[in-house]
Structure formats: C-alpha cells, structure tokens
Design a protein around this ligand. Structure first.
Ligand SMILES: [Zn+2]
Length: 68
C-alpha cells in the first residue's frame, strides 16, 4: 500500500515539498525559508513602527465596511 504524500509549494522558494506533519517548518520546505519569511515580516513591522498611519486607520474605521 502506498499513500501519496500531499505536496505543498514552499511560499518562500516555491519548491515542492512534502506536507509532513513532522516538519516543524511547514508550510516552508526548510528552516532557512521560514527564517527568510520571518525576516520579511519583521521588516514590515519595523516599517510600520517607523511610519505610523493612525489617522488613516481611524478614518477608515469610522466608515462602514460597505461603501456606497
Ligand atoms: Zn523553501
């Protein structure tokens, strides 16, 4: 009996990697790709901190989500 292992494409390197529940780096293929992605997120957070846009956020929050 052979069970086909589900494959996922790594969001970082786009390489096909087996979806293994034992893989701690899911959905990434390896630790390296996961760290690269985490680095990207850290960068975005840093940029948000550098340029707060609270007024814009409050303005959009005061409007109903369904615009005319
Ligand atoms: Zn990868």
């Amino acid at each position: 009996m052979s069970t086909a292992q589900p494959m996922v494409s790594c969001p970082q390197c786009k390489k096909s990697a087996p979806w293994d529940t034992q893989n701690a780096f899911r959905p990434f293929c390896c630790e390296r790709c996961k760290m690269i992605d985490l680095g990207k997120w850290a960068n975005e957070e840093f940029r948000i901190e550098q340029a707060p846009d609270l007024n814009d956020f409050l303005d959009s929050a005061s409007h109903p989500s369904l615009t005319q």
